[in-house]
Every structure is written in structure tokens, then in C-alpha cells.
Design a protein around this ligand. Structure first.
Ligand code: AP5
Ligand code: ZN
Length: 217
């Protein structure tokens, strides 16, 4: 299974990716997690990416496409993979097409902007694993600690209200066009086109997981 999870910042891509990847036994490829790992490691890419991410803007297509091509060439991707937060521009989607990367399905998680700011402000993350919690909607067993390792959870630097608004605007202008890109491609009946499915991202985490797994079946 090779799939794309498409959706606005805070739609729940990372949260649902964990369940989907477990069910299908495939790796989660989150370009955001990869960039945050580079920031934490203090690599040249990380230093450059941090400025862009903190401003709520997008890292350059060339860098991201290079990272993803390298990642999907790894042996654990032969069974498939889940893209979380990639592609998020038309050039990134075109690069996958040009490279002949065949995708089975694009799953869009739809959440209205009003719900997003509250989700982001309560988000807490375990950086090493990418596991994501919410203080109210998806709390860890012990406040401030990761369920699996017991390590500290942090708040992401780009989850400040102003940055969230900027990220939503960037989503509308740069990423939302991919909804038409993939749904229209699917409608042509081209055998290379991934199927297109859309689910509502409103409701409990468990309800959305059930919807997602049904849509992928
Ligand atoms: P990235 O890490 O991809 O962030 P994003 O797309 O903005 O998405 P988020 O991670 O914020 O949200 P999510 O949908 O994963 O939601 P989550 O499950 O955490 O990218 C970060 C930055 O990196 C970008 O701004 C850009 O600079 C750069 N970047 C990354 N990829 C790039 C690319 N391809 N090209 C260029 N630049 C790139 O859930 C959010 C919160 O809601 C959590 O607290 C969660 O617990 C809670 N929640 C989840 N589900 C529910 C529910 N059903 N009800 C209530 N709360 C819920
Ligand atoms: Zn995420």
C-alpha cells in the first residue's frame, strides 16, 4: 500500500498515520518529522529549515524532493509507505509522477479552519518518535510524558497562534490545489492515477481511524 494523507495543518495526519501504518505494516514518511529531526541534530539543512518552519512557510521543493527520493529508496519502503505532509505543492506532486512513483490512494482528511487553532494550541509531541498528543482530546497517560518512553513531551515552535494562521494560509494557496490535482487525475480513469477518497476529520480520534481504515479498504 502506497498512500498520501492530505489535509491542512492540524487535520490529524500524524495522529491517523500511526494507526494506518501499524495496520498495513508500512513506514510513515513525514517530511515535517524529517525536518524536525534535522533541526534537532543541528545539520546545515536543519539550521536553514528552522527559519522557514518557524515562519510558517514551506521549505524549497528541491530539498524536499531530494529527501523523499532518498527515503523511498530505503529497503523498508519496498512493501509500501505513507506520505504525511508530502507532497504539498504541485511541483512536488509532479516530481513523483515524473519519477514513476506509483501511488494507490490519496486520502484527504477534511477539517474546517475553526477547529484547527484549538487542536494546535493543545498539541504536545514526543520529538524522537513523532508521537502526538492533545492535552484535552488525546491526552498522554501521564501529563507531559510520552506513553511509550516516559520522556518529556514538547510544544512545537510553529504552533503559536500567528504561525498557525500563516500555515493555514500557505495550505490554502500552495497545498489545497492538490485536491483538484489528484481528484481530477483519478476521474480520468488513468491506470497510473491513485484513487481519491475524502473523509471528515471531525469527531474522536477513534471515529476518524475507523473512517480512514474503511476508506482504504
Ligand atoms: P508538518 O509537520 O507536515 O506540519 P503540518 O502539515 O502543518 O501538519 P501538522 O503536523 O501540524 O498536523 P497533522 O495533520 O499531522 O495533525 P496532528 O495529527 O499532529 O510540517 C511542518 C513544517 O515543515 C511546514 O510548515 C513546512 O515549513 C515544513 N514542511 C514539511 N513538509 C514539507 C513539504 N513537503 N514541503 C515543504 N515544506 C514542508 O494533530 C494536531 C493536534 O490535534 C494534535 O494535538 C492531536 O492530538 C489533535 N487531534 C488529532 N485528531 C483529533 C481529533 N479527532 N479531535 C481532536 N483533536 C485531535
Ligand atoms: Zn503532522
Amino acid at each position: 500500500m502506497r498512500l498520501i494523507l492530505l489535509g491542512a495543518p492540524g487535520a490529524g495526519k500524524g495522529t491517523q498515520a500511526a494507526y494506518i501504518c501499524q495496520k498495513y505494516g508500512i513506514p510513515q514518511i513525514s517530511t515535517g518529522d524529517m525536518l524536525r529531526a534535522a533541526v534537532k541534530a543541528g545539520t546545515p539543512l536543519g539550521l536553514e529549515a528552522k527559519k522557514v518552519m518557524d515562519a510558517g512557510a514551506l521549505v524549497s521543493d528541491d530539498i524536499i524532493i531530494g529527501l523523499v527520493k532518498e527515503r523511498i529508496a530505503q529497503p523498508d519502503c519496498t512493501k509500501g509507505f505513507l506520505f504525511d505532509g508530502f507532497p504539498r505543492t504541485i511541483p512536488q506532486a509532479d516530481a513523483m509522477k515524473a519519477a514513476g512513483v506509483k501511488l494507490d490512494i490519496v486520502l484527504e482528511i477534511d477539517v474546517p479552519d475553526e477547529a484547527i487553532v484549538e487542536r494546535m494550541s493543545g498539541r504536545r509531541v514526543h520529538v524522537a518518535s513523532g508521537r502526538t498528543y492533545h492535552v484535552k482530546y488525546n491526552p498522554p497517560k501521564v501529563a507531559g510524558k510520552d506513553d511509550v518512553t516516559g520522556e518529556d513531551l514538547i510544544q512545537r515552535d510553529d504552533d503559536k497562534e500567528d504561525t498557525v494562521k500563516k500555515r493555514l494560509a500557505v495550505y490554502q494557496s500552495q497545498t489545497r490545489p492538490l485536491v483538484d490535482y489528484y481528484s481530477q487525475w483519478a476521474a480520468t480513469g488513468d491506470a497510473n492515477a491513485p484513487k481519491y477518497r475524502k473523509i471528515s476529520g471531525l469527531g474522536s480520534v477513534e471515529e476518524i481511524t475507523a473512517r480512514a481504515l474503511q476508506a482504504l479498504d
